[in-house]
Structure formats: structure tokens, C-alpha cells
Design a protein around this ligand. Structure first.
Ligand SMILES: [Zn+2]
Length: 125
């Protein structure tokens, strides 16, 4: 990821310490941020064989393939890193759940990943 790409992406989605984004699995903006694009493709490729299966971050329904996934919560440190955390939101929740509940669930996931972290900006809508 070039500096310019990183700046652009941060401006769109970030807090100062943890870059977070809730994106559709096929969001075209991912192509502009290769580390996130690769993380999403890798995460999706792991779904069919994940044991235990990965669950929706809101309703905990099992996610077995890309078609089950409405959106993916991505988070990575704002400092240079190759580590991207992914969590899935199922298609039903993405389409129907109240946005406040989705955001609260995303916040809970992120606080698990970063115990002392605070969630600065709302996730990308
Ligand atoms: Zn769900």
C-alpha cells in the first residue's frame, strides 16, 4: 500500500490508532488497498473449512461461504502492519438489522481485538 493509498483510506474510514472498515466482500474500494483486498479474499476462502465455523458478529449464525456474508469488518493498526483482523456480518443482518446494533456489535468485536482501544469513528456506512 502506498503512502497515498494509506492516507486516502484512513481519511475515509479511520480513527487515529486502528483503521476499521465495514465493507461488502466485493467493495470495489478494496482493490485500492491490496492488503485489505488480500485479507478479505483469504478470509472468505477459509469459510468453508473453518472449524469451528465462523459466525456472524451480530447473530452468530454460521458463515459457510461468500454468499452468506453481507459485510466484513476489517481492522488493522494504523502503523505499518501486515496484520488485518476480519469479522463477518451475515447477509440477513447486513440487510435488515438496525444499524445501531450492527455498530455496537462491531465495537464489541474491536474491543476484543484491542482491549484498551476506544472506537473513535463510526464504521463506514
Ligand atoms: Zn447475522
Amino acid at each position: 500500500m502506498s503512502r497515498h493509498e494509506r492516507r486516502r483510506f484512513r481519511r475515509e474510514v479511520s480513527g487515529p490508532d486502528l483503521i476499521t472498515s465495514l465493507v461488502r466482500p466485493d467493495d470495489p474500494r478494496l482493490r485500492g488497498v491490496p492488503i485489505l483486498f488480500r485479507a478479505v479474499r483469504w478470509w472468505l476462502s477459509c469459510l468453508p473449512s473453518a472449524l469451528p465455523p465462523k459466525g456472524c458478529l451480530l447473530c452468530e449464525r454460521s458463515l459457510w461461504c461468500e454468499a452468506d456474508v453481507g459485510a466484513i469488518l476489517l481492522s488493522m493498526s494504523a502503523t505499518p502492519t501486515t496484520c488485518v483482523a476480519c469479522a463477518g456480518l451475515c447477509l440477513d443482518c447486513y440487510g435488515r438489522a438496525d444499524w445501531g446494533r450492527i455498530e455496537a456489535a462491531c465495537t464489541a468485536v474491536l474491543q476484543t481485538a484491542v482491549p484498551d482501544g476506544t472506537f473513535v469513528d463510526p464504521v463506514l456506512q
